[in-house]
Write a protein that binds this ligand. Structure first.
Ligand code: WTA
Length: 660
């Protein structure tokens, strides 16, 4: 077992469960997709039968006869002898069922431009794109990198790649050239789909130049043969002859006839890179049949989706797992009508989200606690200017939602009537694992509450034994689930080590949790070296490596310190090289913040950088990040007795205090 620096016991959440709960109203319950509580025990009696039934709700070109193959744990196979086309399940199936005229996407660009795509139109676009990709040489088994703003072509690209049985690797548009390149190289992508730029905060945020920079790194050689560029913002871009192609110029040459072939259920669907406890991002591999089964089922059940009448909106970017599972695959497989918005919530002002909800009559809204807290700060008078009465279900994801934010969300956005589903899951789990079911659960603000039907979660001690109710421990998953990560791309050993070796025979991915007297689960945050900043996962080690990569830095330690708005914020402590003449300690803060943003991306930019002379280390040389976290959060410094030099922390905490 590795050392955990989490503060499971001292975490402020979880002391709250004595307060009121919010049972579903009789009306909501009566109309809910899931309103029979026996679903839990029936699924628990035979989880495989439960999931087979959910899988059969999809359209298979070759029906499966096997359900779970767990003969080689932890490498699971689900529905392995079945075949399906994931994109056809999101598109052609709906056309065949006669709902081609239903709106699939209400797109709202940040500058205010809009575009509506019905299922029939989206299907045509995807078919044309699939033909275009085929002529660019994309085949089943290949990898395509997607580096795009939140525009319809991002979704079209993902579905076109999936339609061909190839795998996409979507890289969040905020990542730097370095990060993009590392992901392209690791996946050995042959094609990059990008745009000239996207609109963010009222400005053009260029993307294509970053792709150029990425491909120019390491002497310019890479696996990439073509770059396909969507024109969005009209900013100047250089097109490299023979390599770069404009989407709009190419696509017109292709027709919208394209037959979707079935691929095996375990055919890779996508790789999505996520931060782990080490410096190198992990390529989380998801496959087709099991993934689509679970995202579709959870999307329908947890959000109580009525595809005929609901207007669903998830604010996540497709660069994250939430965008994959609950913007693209879950909603489209369910035939939902959804809103996709390109920009930021404060552009042109903080009323933007609420005006979109009013305009499209959004009924289901899914966002992150960090965004809710930012809106709370601005004040309820902003959303109160809009008609939000269409909202009937609210969702939260990415980090624990503090009860105060929960109540605000419930009252101000949900009009005190919409249930809030606090959904716990991870890039690795692929789909929601723990959440209330809105027609069944009496909600407890701050708790994600119940494992979903067919999901076997437990809270255990370090030896893997279940803890008693009222206790905290590590959150593990005992039985394989359909949308689970299959491996780390190119590194099966790391997959076994990272997730399956810490708690014997159980999946453990870094979260601490507590189970209360009613058996409800309260997430307590990460117990490993992963930070959660605005709901985005960042690795302390990755940022530390970026810092020491700077010529002036000798050593660094990074911690995630509590932050009122972003949940956690990156706080860095650095030791400068003594002989360096490059920067003074005063210049270091600004320079190193910028350096991290360029190396990794703006999301990783430290809130603070402290230049120190020494870092707190144990006698064996291990940096005590826990103590630095105490200092960064302005707390009394914890136990320093294991430090090699006990005076170090005094100096550091004085230094932090003088900044405040
Ligand atoms: C955290 C995002 C508490 C958790 C879908 C997890 C949450 C990490 C919740 C995964 C929640 C996500 N309550 N914590 N409802 N949802 N987390 O891979 O620490 O970007 O391990 O997936 O976010 O982040 P990821």
């Amino acid at each position: 077992m590795t050392e955990h620096h989490g503060t499971i016991e001292s975490h402020p959440l979880g002391q709250d469960e004595a307060q009121n709960t919010f049972p579903p109203s009789a009306e909501f319950r009566a109309q809910a997709n899931v309103n029979d509580p026996s679903v839990y025990w029936r699924a628990a009696e035979d989880p495989e039968a439960y999931w087979a039934k959910r899988a059969s709700e999809l359209r298979w070109t070759k029906p499966f006869t096997e359900i779970l193959d767990w003969s080689n744990p932890p490498f699971a196979k689900w529905f392995a002898d079945g075949e399906l086309n994931v994109a056809a399940n999101c598109l052609d199936r709906h056309i065949a069922e006669g709902i081609g005229d239903r709106v699939a996407i209400h797109f709202e660009g940040e500058p205010g431009d809009t575009r509506t795509l019905t299922y029939a139109e989206l299907t045509h676009e995807v078919k044309r794109a699939a033909n275009m990709l085929t002529s660019l040489g994309v085949e089943a088994g290949d990898r395509v990198a997607i580096y795009m703003p939140m525009i319809p072509e991002a979704v079209i690209s993902m579905l076109a790649v999936a339609r061909l049985g190839a795998a996409h690797s979507v890289v969040f548009g905020g990542f730097s050239a370095d990060s993009l390149r590392a992901r392209i190289d690791d996946a050995e992508a042959e094609l990059v789909i990008t745009a000239d730029g996207g609109y963010r905060k009222g400005r053009v945020s260029a993307l294509k130049p970053t792709v150029d920079d990425a491909l120019a790194l390491r002497g310019g050689g890479s696996t990439v043969k073509n770059v396909l560029v969507v024109q969005r913002t009209g900013n100047d871009v250089t097109m490299q002859e023979g390599r770069d192609l404009w989407w709009h110029e190419e696509v017109v040459a292709y027709d919208d006839q394209h037959e979707a072939k079935g691929f095996p259920a375990e055919n890779p669907l996508f790789i999505l890179y996520t931060s782990g406890t080490t410096g190198k991002p992990k390529g989380i591999l998801h496959t087709s049949g099991g993934y689509l089964t679970q995202v579709t089922a959870t999307h329908r059940d947890i959000f109580d989706l009525k595809p005929e009448t609901d207007v669903y909106w998830c604010t996540a970017d497709i660069g994250w797992i939430t965008g994959h599972s609950y913007v693209v695959y879950g909603p489209l497989a369910n035939g939902a009508t959804q809103v996709i918005y390109e920009g930021t919530p404060e552009t042109p002002d903080w009323g933007r989200w609420w005006s979109i909800i009013q305009k499209y009559g959004v009924t289901i809204f899914y966002t992150a606690p960090t965004a809710i807290r930012a809106c709370m700060k601005v004040g309820r008078q902003v959303p109160e200017q809009y008609d939000l009465s269409s909202i009937r279900v609210l969702g939260s994801v990415g980090e624990p939602i503090n009860p105060e934010a929960w109540r605000w969300y419930h009252e101000v956005i949900g009009g005190e009537k919409a249930p809030i589903v606090d959904t716990w899951w991870q890039t690795e789990t692929g789909a929601i694992m723990i959440s209330p079911l809105p027609g069944l659960t009496s909600l407890k603000p701050g708790s994600a509450q119940s494992p979903q039907p067919g999901i076997d979660v437990s809270i255990v001690d370090e030896k893997g034994r279940r803890v008693d109710r009222g206790q905290g421990g590590l959150l593990t998953i005992r039985r394989p689930w359909p949308s689970m990560v299959r491996t780390i791309w190119g590194d099966p050993d790391r997959f076994v080590d990272t997730y399956w070796s810490q708690v014997d025979g159980q999946y453990f991915a870094g979260d601490g949790a507590r189970v209360d007297e009613d058996g409800d689960i309260w997430l307590m945050g990460r117990v490993d070296d992963v930070m959660n900043v605005s709901g985005h996962r960042l690795s302390t080690t990755e940022i530390e490596s970026a810092l020491v990569d700077h010529v002036a830095v000798a050593e660094s330690a990074v911690v995630g310190a509590d932050d009122e708005t972003t949940g956690q914020a990156v706080v860095a402590f650095v030791i400068l090289k003594s002989q360096q003449q490059i920067i003074t300690a005063d210049e270091a803060e600004a320079e190193l913040k910028k350096h991290v943003a360029t190396q990794i991306g703006a999301i990783a930019r430290p809130r603070q950088v402290f230049v120190v002379n020494e870092l707190p280390k144990t006698r064996s040389g291990k940096i005590m990040r826990r103590l630095l976290k105490d200092a960064a959060e302005g707390r009394e410094i914890g136990d320093v007795t294991t430090l090699a030099d006990t005076s170090v922390m005094q100096i550091i905490s004085d230094r932090v205090r003088s900044e405040k």
